[in-house]
Design a protein around this ligand. Structure first.
Ligand SMILES: Cc1cc2nc3c(=O)[nH]c(=O)nc-3n(C[C@H](O)[C@H](O)[C@H](O)COP(=O)(O)OP(=O)(O)OC[C@H]3O[C@@H](n4cnc5c(N)ncnc54)[C@H](O)[C@@H]3O)c2cc1C
Length: 323
């Protein structure tokens, strides 16, 4: 059986959960095995049952209030325990902010082979070969996982959500509570706002030092708002406190892989590209035709951001009004 960690926010499963489940189902079909999902803290039964639409043959629900809020140590122990009890040789975890910390812990507990940041289904014709990004997105590595148990963390937006309806069975799962896992507890979670989460965003509007100062971010936010995109920025922008550090993308910031990345007034330094080059489509707006970012761009607009972005905003508004 394959086990999938299903991440939820306030009881609603995230898109990365459905991607991980669809991915696991496709592996299950290759290996001819079932897929199980493990869910923590959600109480909404319809939401849980809906996992069957994406191929979860079995759902383990952890109700124990100790596991209500995310705790990397405790969740890893519980996932490993569920995997061992149910002979799950493959564990799939979305490579979200919390998944990034969770997956290696699960791999250690299961003495498993670990692929962090998978972007393809395994090729099982000759081993178990999974493709992942390497050298900050400048290369791919095809990793053959030799260990009997495999843990895969899947990059958000790298596998599409597919429906695969099946019969399901919801079972309560009571993990062993190890006090040593609860040295840190979350007392309260205060959300920063209703902004779209950057690591998992499908569309990102990002800007750099070409915008001259924080007072000019209104148009970036307006464009992002119209497109339903998250906002991001280059490192010097967050270092100068024009934008929060949570928006900094690149080698030393967040690595993202959205379907669309719009870069406004960003030169395209190698350290910036390291975190964004796996975006599916890159649009660059820069007034310098020689800016290195154009080499990585699918579409480039040479011109002044202060003229182009307002025009883009008007076009998007017209387009939205017409549909
Ligand atoms: C160890 C290390 C790690 C780093 N990690 C990161 C990282 O994670 N992320 C990151 O982003 N950087 C990182 N950097 C910094 C990186 O090298 C660059 O300095 C940085 O990315 C440049 O940011 P920028 O493109 O916003 O600014 P600039 O390089 O100053 O570029 C501004 C761009 O805006 C254009 N421009 C100016 N005015 C306009 C206008 N009116 N309209 C349109 N275009 C305009 C200019 O032509 C220029 O191309 C790192 C550096 C080091 C040494």
């Amino acid at each position: 059986m394959i086990l999938v960690y299903t991440e939820n926010t306030n009881g609603k499963f995230k898109k990365s959960t459905y991607e991980a489940l669809s991915y696991a189902k496709a592996i299950g079909q290759k290996l001819n095995v079932d897929v199980a999902a493990i869910s923590f803290g959600t109480t909404d039964n319809d939401e849980l049952k809906n996992l069957a639409q994406y191929g979860a043959n079995k759902i383990f629900q952890v109700i124990n209030s100790k596991f209500q809020s995310f705790n990397g140590q405790a969740y890893a122990s519980a996932i490993a325990e569920a995997a061992l009890q149910n002979n799950c040789n493959v564990v799939v975890i979305g490579n979200s902010f919390s998944g990034k910390g969770l997956a290696p812990r699960v791999a250690i507990k299961l003495n498993a082979g670990f692929v962090d940041g998978a972007i393809s289904l395994p090729d099982t014709a000759n081993g178990f070969v999974v493709r992942k990004g390497a050298y900050s997105g400048k290369a791919f590595a095809d990793v053959n996982v030799l260990a009997a148990t495999k843990v895969i963390s899947l990059v958000p937006n790298s596998y599409k959500v597919e429906t695969n309806p099946c019969e399901t069975n919801i079972e309560e799962f009571n993990p062993t509570v190890k006090e040593s896992d609860f040295k840190l507890t979350i007392k309260e979670t205060v959300r920063a706002g209703d902004k779209i989460s950057l690591p998992e965003a499908e569309l990102v509007v990002s800007a750099g030092r070409g915008l001259k100062g924080p007072e000019n971010w209104g148009m970036v936010e307006e464009l992002a708002g119209l497109l339903g995109a998250a906002t991001a920025c280059s490192k010097p922008v967050s270092d100068s406190h024009w934008r929060p550090h949570s928006e900094h993308v690149g080698q030393t910031g967040i690595a993202i892989s959205p379907n669309l990345y719009i870069a406004i007034g960003i030169s395209g330094a190698i350290q910036h590209l390291a975190g964004v080059s796996s975006s599916k489509t890159i649009v660059v707006i820069n007034k310098d035709a020689e800016a290195p970012f154009f080499k990585a761009a699918d579409y480039g607009i040479i011109g002044d951001a202060f003229e182009i972005v307002p025009k883009l905003i008007e076009s998007v508004k017209k387009f939205k009004a017409a549909i």
